[in-house]
Design a protein around this ligand. Sequence first.
Ligand code: NAD
Ligand code: AKB
Length: 323
Amino acid sequence: MPHTSEHMRILVTGANGQIGSELVEALRQRHGPEQVVGLDLNPPPTANGPSAAAPFEVMDVRDREALAGVLDRHEIGTIYHLASLLSATGEQHPDRAWDVNMSGLKNVLDLARRRPVDTVFWPSSIAVFGPTTPRDDTPQNTVLDPTTMYGVTKRSGELLCRYYHRRYDLDVRSLRYPGLLSYKTAPGGGTTDYAIDMLTQAAAGEDYTCFLEPDTRLPMMYMPDAIQGTLALMDADADALSVRDSYNAGALSFAPAELAAAIRARVPTFDCHYEPDERQRIAENWPSSVDDTAARTDWDWAPEYDLDALTEDMLHHLRENVR
Ligand code: NAD
Ligand code: AKB
């Protein structure tokens, strides 16, 4: 177990994002709202209930001095550093992607090792893989040749995390998330976002035009599994963790046509058309599935949702959102 002292608080950067919004909620349920500090470029959407008065910092993770102030002021002991630009946005703004993704991480790691921060979580991505990586059942240790600026920052970040662990004994933990599906907060500029868009259109009774080819199979995961997996990795005994760059974590693997078929089984009128754009080039250089034996062995990674369960649950909740 990470050994953060009882009174030390948790910081989540990128707290308003697709993952951050749900991770903050899960952590506040576990530890109490006042123990979890959110941080993002913008204020959070208006919160109700116990989270309404919970601590939140509006700032840029590239501002090292301001970040140092946040760590001191709130007595932060654990950091979940999620703030980042994703793959599609990163290809539109490669300089900004490098700056936000790398300066943000370097700031977090440097400040964490000098202050009483016990543990840092930082997510990597399947974007670290590339065209010469084996596409099916991609091994934990294999060729890493990312083609996007996003993937370059994720692989560089993995190496930086491992370096800080070896050199400074900083307890940094990381998962290579696949495409994440969720219905609470809209996704933020990724290539795998087509799957959420398709389900959202279907729930609204609309057809969908997909920006990937029908047979482009990618690894995916439902958000409840991603949150549970993240917390399980952070709960694990440090000595059990054999991977200090980033763990492969598989769950589902499907192509747009397979998701469309799962939707059509529940919404017979739904139709999907295909007009691939520049995101096709990104997706076709990523794996179709990953080998996550190390995660399953080291910290009992065990996702629950398959394609049918995910489709059913997503459509149910998205229809509620439409009403
Ligand atoms: P998102 O785009 O939904 O959210 C990112 C948040 O970071 C946004 O709220 C944004 O305002 C904030 N942010 C951006 N730049 C910032 C800055 N300079 N300072 C402070 N905040 C800033 O992203 P997400 O999907 O929640 O992803 C979170 C993390 O997980 C990222 O590191 C991403 O690479 C990783 N990841 C996500 C997925 C996925 O499918 N969602 C898959 C693999 C990895
Ligand atoms: C993206 O598509 O950029 C993300 C990811 C897989 O990292 N969802």
